[in-house]
Design a protein. Structure first.
Lengths: 297, 297
DNA sequence: AAATGTTTTTCTTGTGATGAATATGCAAAA
DNA sequence: TTTTGCATATTCATCACAAGAAAAACATTT
């Protein structure tokens, strides 16, 4: 299910709340509360609830609204998956460009013909690519795709940039520990070290790693550090997802994350900052050696 | 003249080349060369040349193309000014938002009715604002404008971020001195210290300051530092242009720039990096005190 | 050949209509 | 009074098509 409509996504979100324990079987699903919580009007929420009711996850009684069903049939639940990023036009375009399958100069018309997408999506994608720094509008018609992120040095440069901002972010005066966030992150890392590293996709492993760093930096309370990191990470996704992942290295990486959480819990941001710098420098060195063999593919 | 068309902008660009000495009176203006130089086809270049010929800046002889006129009438030249940023919808929207003249929640329809712009411009502006971090699409219809950049702390946070990246950028292994750039920057700073500080608009002074830092950081050879700086500077423009400028402080600032150039010329990036950190910390402290009195307006 | 002038083709933007989706207002039920 | 269900009003994406602008192809002159 591709969840193209708002109500479809809302159904997934509400199901997430149910599975996350926010609502227990028999609980009332108040339409107004859900609507303001999800920042939409009641109309799409009601549709979402109807979808859930049709799946047997919720129950509806006239003039009494919806409640969580007592025994949600688990078979239906997998219908509400997240859409995969591989189907995203942005990633397809980036992939084709990095792989050299399309020329440097493209027109919107060309993209319209060669990819099965709407014009609006082409516009927004090119706009986004411009913002990410790998596309540029020509003065007249057409666009130019830039080679920046394509070069092997880009990998190292990203790490050097992160080594400048991430340790600094931990030393911000507005930095504040949020144990709820730390607990959550710790749980995730442990779950992965406990086996998921072997079974999850490479794609997923990279994302979990990125998310860890973003969540930590967000604690700095300085949005500019966080935004900058999110931004370079978007590019990293383009680069790294294509490369294979050495799962042994992922163990080291995730253990390092746990170590960092430990230092933060001890209330020692200076040590944490220092450790973060180390963590990034190591990762950069590994990537560097990987990169040298990677150019040939 | 608003220069809405490509040929209009090309006319301005070509005039710039003439005034910059690239073409002398009597020189031939080869359409093909100009076209590939400006990355467009000959069609809009020819239109631009026609505009210039109509203004008496160029001359046209059938089947011989265009040449620079011997005595370009200076009166006409002021018609080819840059468009002012104040007329830019992006800045008008940002200004109205920061000043509290529009509500947090806006629909595209609302903007369409209250500003005299095309739908496409609204779309791209909101997209840009999203990328700058001060707007966000609601799940259903409408957009939410975010207060982030509005708060007084934003000023300080920007400076702290810059203090993290700018000195680090100067220490990048790929950092390379470009004396042409340094000479140019030095000339500009000196010209301003030599009187322009008093006469130019506050708007302009801020921009010159931003541009200096961006140009220096660009020398690092690491595009991620440069991009991050450009990005936060876009926000600073929104914030600072509204505030008045203390011209005495600008002298200090521009003298500091000259000092920095001096250190770079001596080939001492470590000292330059250290000086940069000082320079930014000072500026932050000044802004901080300014900010405390600024909140009331 | 190379540059210029001219024509043809291609690309993009703007407009308005349409329909689907969302927001909102109101009466009825709890 | 609050919540629900439904009817109505808005909002926005999309489509087709026309007009304008740029690119490319062609013809002509130097």
């Amino acid at each position: 299910m591709a969840e193209k409509t708002l109500s479809g996504r809302l159904a997934r979100d509400i199901l997430g709340k149910i599975r996350g324990g926010e609502f227990m079987p028999g609980d009332k699903l108040n339409a107004q509360c859900l609507a303001s919580d999800l920042r939409v009007s009641r109309t799409p929420v009601l549709k979402a609830l109807k979808i859930l009711a049709d799946s047997g996850i919720a129950e509806h009684r006239p003039n009494r609204g919806y409640t969580v069903a007592d025994t949600p049939p688990p078979a239906k639940i997998k219908d509400f998956k997240e859409p995969s990023s591989a189907s995203d036009f942005y990633f397809r375009l980036a992939d084709d460009w990095v792989a050299g399958r399309i020329s440097q100069d493209v027109t919107e018309q060309f993209l319209l013909q060669h990819y099965d997408v709407k014009r609006s999506e082409i516009t927004s994608t090119l706009f986004r690519a411009t913002n990410e720094g790998w596309a540029e509008r020509k003065p007249g018609y057409g666009w130019t795709l830039l080679p920046v992120v394509n070069t092997p040095e880009a990998f190292e440069q990203v790490y050097r940039f992160r080594a400048a901002i991430e340790p600094a972010a931990l030393l911000e005066p507005t930095f504040e520990l949020d144990f709820k966030v730390l607990d959550e992150l710790q749980r995730i890392q442990e779950r992965y070290l406990d086996g998921l590293v072997e079974t999850e996709t490479a794609d997923r492993l990279v994302l979990v790693g990125l998310h860890f760093h973003e969540a930590i930096i967000k604690l700095s309370g300085n949005i500019f550090f966080h935004q900058a990191l999110v931004r370079v990470n978007r590019l990293r996704r383009l680069l790294e997802i294509r490369s294979s992942v050495d799962r042994k290295r992922v163990y080291d990486q995730f253990s390092g994350h746990l170590e960092l959480i430990g230092l933060l819990r001890q209330g020692d941001p200076v040590a944490a900052s220092y450790y973060m710098r180390q963590h990034l420098t190591e990762a950069a060195a590994r990537k560097g050696s990987l990169q040298r063999t990677y150019g040939g593919t």
